[in-house]
Write a protein that binds this ligand. Structure first.
Ligand SMILES: Cc1cc2nc3c(=O)[nH]c(=O)nc-3n(C[C@H](O)[C@H](O)[C@H](O)COP(=O)(O)OP(=O)(O)OC[C@H]3O[C@@H](n4cnc5c(N)ncnc54)[C@H](O)[C@@H]3O)c2cc1C
Length: 379
């Protein structure tokens, strides 16, 4: 593995840095979890798209720059270092798009990807159900065959951003009589404003509707919105889940920038000795995660698939984020407890890291069984 960047990669980084310096809003946008903030973030996606920055690793035909995985990692480093806004299109870009690149039809890619890149269509992930979280294969929402498509019925929950999003993707049971729960599932895209869909926002501790429950009553979905073959949904969804936990969901750029901000905060608070080691750990951890990710990206570019080591990444970044934000709150003292400070908001979100994208208990089971080769635990 060669850690030196090419001239073209250095030039790409410099171009991204200059663009971000000229365009990142001077004041933070309103919270993404409010109607006003959602609209402001959607407008930011359009501004990124005007100069082809939202999805630098995608092919140019869909709005990208063909900059590859390394280009994406470099862009993310610059993006977070510049203090740019959170990405309202993240679910679509990091979860649905890789699935469509691997399993979608050319027609689906041409129809779905360009408006996803510009923020014109924002996607929500509709996997979890009230009785199907970690044990996702036990999901009960169903899709029943009808003329030219499928009718969806059932309930989904914890769907991030669905309160304001346009469309959703999720798994539905199309064959209730298979011997194993992982079989007979189909991966579908649907419109959140279609007849038969009720979106009920779920409010977070701070009152903002960061999630929603979806109630589906015979919602029509045309055949054109089935991803892959009917009945193959589990295999297709799992390739996307690897992407979520692995490279694309949380880039090292996010933590490198956060560790730098923590370091600055520590200095402005008088460099207290009792938090010195924790700040040093945050700086070292961000750098270690960066190098680990470069190594994974390098293996990926050499043709290796992203394997269960994605779970190592997920456990690392989620626990790292909590330690980093807790250190910031300790440095701020009472001032840090107010819910609307940047660090307090970040801390509340960090607490959810070990839960979303597959809980850390589940990730540890995967690491034990598939990375370390330990015997299967009791289920
Ligand atoms: C911030 C946030 C955003 C989210 N966004 C979305 C979204 O956009 N779309 C979506 O579909 N879902 C979303 N979710 C839901 C998330 O995927 C689920 O919460 C998660 O998969 C856990 O499922 P559960 O809540 O049903 O908990 P459960 O599965 O009931 O788990 C409860 C506890 O038991 C443990 N446990 C369960 N089974 C085992 C086992 N076999 N071995 C060891 N321990 C076990 C779990 O690890 C956990 O600690 C989001 C959640 C959060 C917190």
């Amino acid at each position: 593995m060669d850690l030196a960047f090419t001239q073209a990669e250095d030039a790409f980084r410099a171009e991204a840095r200059a663009w971000l310096r000229a365009h990142v809003p001077a004041a933070p946008l309103p919270s993404l979890e409010t109607e006003e903030g959602f609209a402001a973030h959607r407008a930011w996606e359009a501004e990124l798209a005007a100069d082809r920055w939202p999805v630098v690793n995608w092919p140019t035909a869909y709005g990208g720059r063909d900059a590859g995985l390394i280009g994406w990692l470099l862009f993310e480093e610059e993006y977070y270092a510049a203090g740019a806004p959170g990405r309202v299109s993240q679910n679509g870009i990091s979860l649905l798009a890789p699935t469509l690149f691997d399993h979608g039809t050319p027609e689906q890619r041409a129809r779905v990807l360009p408006p996803m890149a510009t923020g014109e269509t924002v996607w929500a992930q509709a996997w979890s159900e009230p009785e199907a979280g970690s044990d996702l294969a036990s999901l009960r929402s169903r899709a029943v065959r009808t003329e030219g498509g499928w009718l969806l019925s059932g309930q989904k929950t914890w769907s991030s951003r669905a309160a304001f999003a346009d469309r959703a993707f999720g798994l539905f049971r199309t064959d209730p009589d298979t011997p194993r729960p992982h079989q007979g599932l189909t991966y579908l895209m649907f419109d959140l404003r279609a007849a038969g869909v009720t979106v009920r926002p779920i409010r977070r501790l701070d009152g903002k509707p960061a999630f929603a429950e979806l109630f589906l009553d015979e919602v029509f979905v045309p055949d054109a919105d089935v991803i892959g073959a009917p009945g193959q949904g589990w295999r297709i969804a799992m390739s996307a889940a690897g992407n979520e936990r692995g490279l694309m969901l949380r880039s090292p750029g996010r933590y490198l920038a956060a560790a730098e901000r923590l370091h600055t905060l520590w200095r402005t608070q008088g460099s207290p000795r009792d938090t010195r080691d924790r700040v040093a750990d945050a700086l070292i951890g961000a750098r270690a995660y960066q190098l680990f990710t470069y190594a994974a990206a390098s293996r990926f570019l050499d043709g290796d698939a992203l394997g269960p080591e994605s779970s190592l990444n997920k456990v690392f970044w989620s626990e790292y984020d909590i330690a980093l934000t807790e250190t910031a709150l300790d440095l701020l003292g009472e001032e840090g407890e107010f819910a609307d400070t940047e660090w307090a908001e970040r801390y509340v979100f960090a607490l959810a890291g070990p839960i979303y994208a597959g809980t850390n208990e589940i990730q540890r089971d995967i690491i034990a069984e598939r990375v370390l080769g330990l015997p299967k635990g009791r289920r």
